[in-house]
Ligand binder design. Structure first.
Ligand code: HEM
Length: 146
């Protein structure tokens, strides 16, 4: 019978997977979006919407399961790799909220440069992936900074 802590680590790791993985599908979609007309554009944008929603939900499960792991597990909250992860997490939450959702909202409004928006979406996605990989590194290697 798996213990509660082990189950939580599993949920935590699955949600980490779902928080990062879908973003890699975003890149080829952004590439294809550049050359299509308005009608097909809508279909691609709805896929981007689903991806961003999925990543957001998984991100919430990731934070909540992480907090539960801290509450029931052996690691105190002030452990250096935990503190560093929480700080990076705060930065990436801001990125996801302002970067992604704003791009989607602005995309359909008149007068917006499509190319500019796609460049921004692409850049935001890479920065987000970078931040997630830093957190993954912190979580798996658990380095001691102090
Ligand atoms: C609020 C943020 C977070 C908190 C409080 C948190 C907390 C924790 C804790 C306490 C563990 C258990 C370590 C163990 O017993 O071995 C853990 C494991 C893990 N976390 Fe997080 N976490 C957070 C965010 C993240 C993020 C953003 C990612 C990925 C990008 C992530 C990926 C992982 C992975 C892969 C493990 C398993 C590592 C291992 O077992 O060696 N976590 N986390």
């Amino acid at each position: 019978m798996p213990d509660f802590y082990g189950t939580m680590v599993f949920i935590h790791v699955v949600s980490a997977m779902l928080s990062i993985g879908p973003l890699f599908i975003l890149m080829p979609i952004i590439k294809r979006l550049r050359g299509v007309g308005r009608d097909i554009e809508g279909a691609y944008l709805s896929v981007i919407n689903v991806i961003i929603r999925l990543v957001m939900h998984a991100g919430h499960v990731l934070v909540i399961s992480g907090i539960i792991l801290l509450l029931v597990g052996p690691w105190p909250w002030y452990t250096s790799w935990v503190v560093m992860t929480v700080i990076v997490m705060g930065v990436s939450a801001v990125f996801l909220a302002t970067g992604f959702t704003r791009v989607l909202r602005v995309f359909n409004s008149p007068g917006t440069s499509k190319r500019k928006m796609l460049n921004r979406l692409n850049k935001t996605s890479w920065i987000y992936i970078g931040l997630m990989l830093i957190m993954l590194w912190l979580m798996v290697l658990k380095p001691n900074f102090w």
